[in-house]
Design a protein around this ligand. Structure first.
Ligand SMILES: Cc1cc2nc3c(=O)[nH]c(=O)nc-3n(C[C@H](O)[C@H](O)[C@H](O)COP(=O)(O)OP(=O)(O)OC[C@H]3O[C@@H](n4cnc5c(N)ncnc54)[C@H](O)[C@@H]3O)c2cc1C
Length: 389
């Protein structure tokens, strides 16, 4: 595997994550998908390995690794279980990261120290029944009353929702101020009025307990406001820039696993007296899979590298997420095709990969929304190069 951008440390990290996942997650990956079960027994082992605090500071219990390491961990975990890759991606990039980036020292100590050790699980609660792609359309409210906020919200499709302890809730603190009246308040499970809804019966990533979360007159101390009042949408966008690298890496892990299974199968299965892999049409499919996987990997590593160099990476991360998600769709589809009828059976892993890949084109911004972001950023870049006002 060619891996520009990576150092020897990154390669060692990849080997160690792969070995952990092959040993602990692989034997149960199909079963947890079928049973839609969150595998606490493996999650508990990931805490000491710092998979829940990949980029959090060491003082707070994290591993303080770079974004490339983050992408590698999500890719490797998703190669075995996309549902658990999703859990780690959301927890690290849109729960822990915004608290590290926008939280006060007191807030970091209070929440990140347990999140980074995997003692608590984080969630990002933006989507509502009437506000998906258009996040500015949310109707949740967090109205300040003296020393606390009264929070009312109906959040849907919350990744980790069924097990989350610390939830970043996007709500209107100033309902009259439009986009500028949205803030993030952190609400802990157990706060009176905090209700976890039924788990979604999903097509893929089924081992992740995605659920709704409802808040009924939850009283939250005013110290739980993250960043400045009215900056919720900015916090969300910054978090999602990082989150996109994670979801792109998740898509890559699924695509990598599908390609491996397809190549294995194509070399075992014989038709017309030779292994499938000897038929030129199958070789064309393998060539397309390998090219999609390599291109996605390069785009993801470039976005992560740009982030690590403190360079602008909004367009790069949106491109990586768009490309990797669409690549995962194509590669998993080809993997099913190479398996013929067996690829359509739950007896073969490619059936699960096919289902898991589909959602990467939907969450943390659909492919359509990513194209809008990329078009905006590309035009900004070119117009500034051409000095067009
Ligand atoms: C398994 C899963 C986990 C999730 N986890 C989370 C989570 O942890 N936290 C969270 O907040 N949300 C989460 N989501 C929600 C997810 O982010 C949204 O589903 C997604 O942003 C799309 O919103 P929507 O479903 O309301 O679709 P809509 O916004 O209604 O879009 C429907 C379709 O219209 C298109 N569309 C919308 N606007 C435009 C436009 N202006 N131009 C062109 N096309 C447009 C979309 O691309 C899409 O194809 C999750 C979703 C799933 C399925």
């Amino acid at each position: 595997m060619t891996e520009p951008f990576l150092t020897a440390k990154h390669r060692i990290l990849r080997r160690s994550v792969r070995s952990f996942c092959d040993r602990e997650l692989s034997p149960i990956a199909a079963q947890i998908d079928q049973e839609a079960r969150f595998p606490w027994e493996v999650i508990e082992k990931m805490g000491p390995l710092k998979y829940f605090g990949i980029q959090a500071s060491r003082e707070l219990g994290g591993a303080a690794l770079d974004s490339l390491s983050y992408a590698i961990i999500i890719e490797e975990v998703s190669r075995i279980s996309a549902a658990i890759g999703l859990c780690l991606s959301v927890h690290n990039s849109v729960a822990v990261f915004p608290i590290m980036a926008f939280g006060t020292a007191e807030q970091q100590q209070r929440w990140v120290s347990e999140l980074a050790r995997g003692q608590k699980i984080g969630a990002f609660c933006l989507t509502e029944p009437n506000a998906g792609s258009d996040a500015s359309g949310i109707s949740a409210t967090a109205i300040q009353e003296g020393d606390h906020y009264r929070v009312n919200a109906n959040k849907v499709f919350v990744t980790n929702g069924g097990v989350a302890d610390i939830c970043l809730i996007f709500a209107r603190t100033d309902p009259a101020a439009g986009r500028k009246g949205i803030s993030v308040v952190v609400v802990e499970r157990g706060t009176p009025g905090f209700v976890v809804g039924d788990l979604e019966d999903l097509c893929g990533v089924r081992a992740n307990p995605v659920s709704s979360i409802r808040l009924y007159d939850c009283c939250v101390p005013k110290e739980n406001l993250l960043g400045q009042s009215g900056t919720g949408l900015q916090i969300g966008l910054v978090a999602l820039d990082t989150g996109r690298i994670g979801i792109a890496a998740q898509a890559l892990g699924i695509a990598q696993a599908s390609m491996e299974e397809a190549i294995r199968y194509a070399n075992q299965r014989q038709q017309f007296g030779v292994p499938l892999s000897r038929h030129q049409v199958i070789q064309m499919m393998i060539a397309d899979m390998a090219t999609q996987v390599d291109a996605a990997r390069m785009m993801i590593y470039r976005a992560a590298w740009l982030k690590d160099q403190h360079q602008t990476f909004t367009k790069a991360s949106a491109q990586a997420k768009l490309f990797a998600a669409e690549a995962a769709g194509k590669v998993t589809d080809l993997a099913v095709q190479i398996h013929g009828g067996y690829g359509y059976s739950k007896a073969y892993a490619v059936e699960r990969y096919y289902r898991d890949a589909r959602v990467t084109r939907i969450y943390e911004g659909t492919s359509e929304i990513h194209r809008m972001v990329i078009a905006r950023e590309a035009q900004k870049e070119i117009m500034s190069d051409l000095h067009i006002a």
